[in-house]
Structures are given as structure tokens and as C-alpha cells.
Design a protein. Structure first.
Length: 179
């Protein structure tokens, strides 16, 4: 389409043109590989939530429930859409860890128990907090499964149309710049 045609469509429907990346439903949308600075708002959102909770005198059990039900849920929502960079996952882990132990978004000093132990199931002596790195991998494998099985949805059709084209999924090599 020409720029003039694009502008007509935008004007007709009242849309605005966005540059890459942009946010949709609170999640970053872009066609390139996501970097840590693109996901900074994820950690900022969690830290802001903790600042609100920090005014309350919460018990350890109360903080544990909030980490599991709210903070990890924010991560899960984002990880359904993209591979979150390791640097950002480490920052999220530190925010959750700090809030759990101190009730604040920043912690000084070492924690009493390793985060790996805390992330083990309650049956095995842990606190049952979900391991965010494992969850991010599982969420991405779900997308791989949908593409490999040619699930009938718009995103899978787009992946085949733009990237895979006439190739078979198992023989496709993704460009290093793709998200």
C-alpha cells in the first residue's frame, strides 16, 4: 500500500500509526527480538505494586500469597506472549525474593534460603513459588507445539505466512533477529 492509502485507512477507522515496538493490552508487541530494556516496564510494574503493599504490615505468609498470586501472575501474562530476557527474569526473581523476605522491592544482604529451594513444591519442602525461567520455557513450548501442529489460529497462520512459508516446521531455521 502507498503511504496515502495507509493514511486514508487510518483516518477512516480513527486509528493512529504506531512505531515498533508498541504496547497492546499492556504487553510489548514488536517483530524483532525483545531486549531487556523493552521489558523494563514489567519489573517496574512489579516494583510499583510492592510499593503499594509496603505501606501495610504484612506477615511472611501474606507476602508469600501476594508473590504467588499477583507478582508471578504478572510474569505469566507476559511470558505467554514472548521470551522474556534472562536479565529481566533475574530482576523479577530479585524483586519477588526481596518482597518475600523484607516486604520491600529492594533487599540488602543475603537471603536465608536459596531461591531454588523456595521454588520447589510444598510437598518437597519448598514454598511452592513458580520458577519463572521454567514457566517461560513452558509457555514458549506451547507456542512451538501450536505451530508444529498447525493449530487453526491467526498467530500460527501469520507465522507460516511470514516466516515458514513453504517449508516444514521441523526443517525451518529462525533468523537470529526474530522475537
Amino acid at each position: 500500500m502507498t503511504d496515502r492509502e495507509i493514511q486514508r485507512v487510518l483516518d477512516m477507522f480513527g486509528f493512529t500509526r504506531q512505531s515498533d515496538p508498541f504496547k497492546y493490552l499492556g504487553v510489548l508487541i514488536c517483530a524483532r527480538k525483545i531486549n531487556a530494556s523493552d521489558c523494563s516496564s514489567l519489573a517496574q510494574k512489579m516494583a510499583a505494586q510492592i510499593k503499594v503493599w509496603g505501606t501495610r504490615n504484612l506477615s511472611f505468609a501474606g507476602r508469600l500469597v501476594l508473590v504467588n498470586s499477583v507478582l508471578i501472575s504478572i510474569h505469566i501474562y507476559w511470558s505467554q506472549m514472548m521470551i522474556i530476557p534472562k536479565k529481566v527474569m533475574k530482576e523479577i526473581e530479585n524483586i519477588c525474593k526481596s518482597f518475600l523476605w523484607t516486604g520491600k522491592d529492594m533487599m540488602t544482604g543475603a537471603e536465608s534460603i536459596s531461591w531454588e529451594k523456595i521454588c520447589t513444591p510444598k510437598k518437597e519442602g519448598g514454598l511452592g513459588i513458580m520458577n519463572i525461567a521454567t514457566w517461560n520455557i513452558a509457555a514458549m513450548v506451547k507456542h512451538v507445539w501450536a505451530v508444529a501442529n498447525k493449530k487453526d489460529n491467526l498467530w500460527v497462520k501469520w507465522v507460516y505466512c511470514v516466516y515458514i512459508k513453504q517449508q516444514e516446521w521441523w526443517e525451518y531455521t529462525a533468523p537470529t533477529t526474530s522475537s
